[in-house]
Design a protein around this ligand. Structure first.
Ligand code: ATP
Length: 200
């Protein structure tokens, strides 16, 4: 199987995240997507950063009706700082025969050389990235050629952005349903309201 691994804070998960994984599934022929929300140390939970159980539940709601998705609590269970090299090492053991693809937006890709143990990451997974706005594509190609390729990374750079949205935008406009209606799954929005998340 070709498995797409997609980690994030998902605070909250929005349609940009899901459109990205769907785009990866179709263009890179992935068989399965695993969403992995990061752990939040209890002292960091705030009106800005929801508890990890809520972020995990919202991920489950966002992909409930989609085929070939799973949500993993591997980073939440591990606690501590969520390092991708540790997550990929565990997933490699769980899926020894499968091909792993690590999915991320342009903002993350452009910092990848600074992550902990990038050589472990590049040994265990290929990277898939995507521009977050139109101007990013050439920067991504250039950065890959100059910085990541010499580090033995293999990357697929998708050309078109999916949807211009961020979790920050959703949180900032949480009281204006019309502003965010098209950017977030309705079940996720209802969950936020029910649990009184992100309200100031
Ligand atoms: P925040 O605004 O809180 O920083 P975010 O919207 O960037 O959140 P994260 O959960 O931090 O979301 O991101 C998880 C991953 O999804 C990252 O790799 C990020 O680059 C990617 N991503 C988020 N939104 C988009 C988008 N609209 N298009 C493409 N990639 C995205």
């Amino acid at each position: 199987m070709r498995i797409g691994i997609f980690g994030g804070t998902f605070n909250p998960i929005h349609k940009g995240h899901i459109l990205l994984t769907e785009y990866c599934k179709s263009s890179v022929n992935l068989d399965k997507i695993i969403l992995i929300p990061t752990y939040t140390p209890p002292h960091k939970v705030s009106k800005e950063l929801a508890d990890e159980k809520h972020r995990l539940n919202m991920c489950c709601l966002a992909c409930k009706f989609l085929d070939d998705y799973a949500v993993s609590d591997i980073e939440i269970q591990r606690k501590g700082k969520s390092y991708t090299c540790d997550t990929l090492t565990s997933l490699r053991e769980l899926y020894p025969q499968d091909e792993l693809f690590l999915i991320m937006g342009a903002d993350m890709f452009l910092t990848l050389d600074k992550w902990r143990s990038p050589e472990i990451i590049f040994d265990k997974a290929k990277i898939i990235t995507i521009p977050r706005d139109k101007s990013d594509y050439n920067d991504l190609c250039e950065f890959y050629r100059k910085t990541l390729k010499p580090m033995k990374a293999e990357a697929v750079i998708l050309k078109n952005p999916v949807l211009s949205v961020s979790s920050t935008y959703i949180r900032e406009n949480i009281d204006e349903f019309e502003q965010i209606e098209s950017l977030i799954d309705k079940n996720v929005y209802d969950y936020i309201v029910k649990n009184n998340l992100y309200r100031k």
